[in-house]
Design a protein around this ligand. Structure first.
Ligand code: NI
Length: 222
């Protein structure tokens, strides 16, 4: 499932993050690239600075945790530490799939997330292009909005030709590994939420709620 999550961060949070990022040192992104990705990766990433990263995570992690749509769509078991990437003119990231194992062997990447931090009017190019069964999807979102997509999808970042593209990236291991099952659960959950709000006491609502819960139990991996 490819899903856009609008306004994951609010403008004040974006301002604070970008201010903090201006204080950071950025290094060649190839340093963190897997073997296949390294030749096609041309970007910069925030250097490891525990104190600065802590301050960034203190803004971003609660926003993620409180976002219902993010939780429903990803069913997160584990969320990787964010990477902050910067693309300046001439930088791009060619077609690749993301690394399968993250956190030094601690978990599997099922879902990739790109959180856009720059105003799209402030740079040209820099679109995230994801290959799907229905053709290529080109994504360039407002600052503070995010897209999630299966980590197995082939994707690239188009060359930035003007300005600067800042993004925060993370990877999620889901309780439900199969993207098709996650999509079904997400759709069912939307209906369930609506019914629970509008007609909480009717038998259909209770039955659908139980079915969702038990389907999630059936498909979850711990
Ligand atoms: Ni990638």
């Amino acid at each position: 499932m490819l899903l856009t999550i609008p306004a994951l961060l609010n403008p004040a949070q974006i301002d604070k993050l970008t201010q903090l990022l201006q204080q950071g040192d950025f290094v060649d992104g190839k340093l963190s690239a897997g073997r296949a990705a390294s030749p096609v990766k041309q970007n910069e990433e925030l250097a490891q600075s525990p104190e600065l990263l802590q301050r960034l995570y203190r803004i971003i992690m609660p926003a993620l945790g409180h976002h219902a749509d993010f939780r429903r769509a990803t069913l997160p078991r584990q969320v990787a530490d964010f990477i902050f990437a910067r693309y300046q003119p001439g930088m791009r990231y060619g077609d690749h799939v993301d690394d399968p194992i993250m956190g030094g062997g601690k978990f599997r990447s099922d879902i990739s997330m790109t959180l856009f931090l720059s105003d799209p009017n402030d740079y040209e190019g820099g679109e995230l292009v994801i290959h799907t069964h229905f053709g290529e999807q080109t994504i360039k979102l407002d600052a503070g909005s995010a897209v999630i997509y299966p980590s197995s999808s082939l994707h690239r970042v188009a060359e930035v030709t003007r300005g600067e593209r800042l993004v925060a990236l993370t990877w999620i291991q889901s309780f439900v590994r199969d993207p098709q099952k996650r999509t079904l659960l997400y759709d069912l959950d939307q209906v369930r939420e609506t019914l629970l709000q509008q007609q909480p006491d009717i038998e259909h609502t209770k039955r659908l709620d139980r079915s969702y819960v038990n389907l999630l139990r059936m498909w979850s991996e711990i």
